[in-house]
Design a protein around this ligand. Sequence first.
Ligand code: SAH
Length: 394
Amino acid sequence: MSASPPPTEPVAVVTARGEDRIRGGHPWVYRADVVKARAAGGDTVVVRSPRGRPLGRALYSDRSQIALRMLTAGEAPAALDLWRARLASAIALRRALDIDATACRLVHGEGDLLPSCIVDQYGDYLVVQALSQGADRMLPALVGLLEEQLHPAGILARHDVKARELEGLDSAVQALAGSVPPLVTVREGRIEHEVDLWHGQKTGLFLDQRENRAAARAYARGRLLDCFSYHGAFALQLADRCDRVVALDVSEDAVARIAINAARNGIATIEARAANAFDALRDMERARERFDTIVLDPPAFAKNKAAVERARAGYKEINLRAMKLLAPGGTLVTCSCSYHVDEAAFGQIVYEASVDARARMAVMEKRMQARDHPVVLGVPETYYLKCFIMRKLA
Ligand code: SAH
């Protein structure tokens, strides 16, 4: 027998369009599709159709454009046991992937049916991000479940992110359990990284590129250029296949870390340079330099829809120059982590770059973010990272 929720349970009523989205399996309902809400920001609410039918339970936000993030369908409850079971299956998925690294993403929000919750593992430590009011409300419970299931030495909140600002939440970086040292050592394949979980970009490492680095390694040879290198993760992973490596990043701090990482791993062939990649690519093209392998892993040029046109120009320029710098038979590994530039659009930009560069490129692999960052069918927002591996035909 399905009991109807007690009258005190918070409720949100959605429009017919909102109902259609939910029935289509999309976890988000925008504010414009919420007719009325009897709830406070952060509540878990019962979602009802315009006719009053229960559509499921969701995390409610009174600030962001995404008002509802669905947790369950129909009359199913969304109590702590649901969170416990979903966390356990997220962890089980990572264990089944047999990841050759001591750092990975354990919970990828909507991709693990734990909306707006991120948990990354770095050895004995965990980094969490609660990216909505509802996730923030659940955070103490989530920390308890993480301790129960993983027994970490420390759990750090990296709440210094824009998404929390949009939700009206604080931006504190703080240990929520145990203690977290300034640097943590993790391994990815044969490479060791010293990671600053407190201040590093993202939660310390670009975990989403792990499988793309491993894939790129199979093609790497000769002279390698790693643009937008950050702490050198691609350069370090590919170095043993190459004769010489140039790793570029605009940040002096990042470049210093590339050198430290190279020394730590006993790699002497990496030259780390602080430079704006746009300038450096142009200068190297003028100087008629040649590379056999080039990696382009820029930051998201399009952070929103309005920025897409400028982003297209940026992606096209770096790809065009890289294709010119590439020796015949060489490999280009080109990435975009802008959700607003989808795979088809990115393919078109890269194609246009090849026409202008007069380079014939063969696509060897079209890749995505690593499998510990699951992409959900029908939820395009979960697919953000594109990585094409291409060979320049002689
Ligand atoms: N490839 C890295 C991640 C790169 S993140 C990895 O696998 O870990 C993007 C990097 O680009 C950041 O480190 C940022 O400092 C750098 N960056 C941003 N704009 C740049 C520019 N114009 N030229 C060079 N580097 C830039």
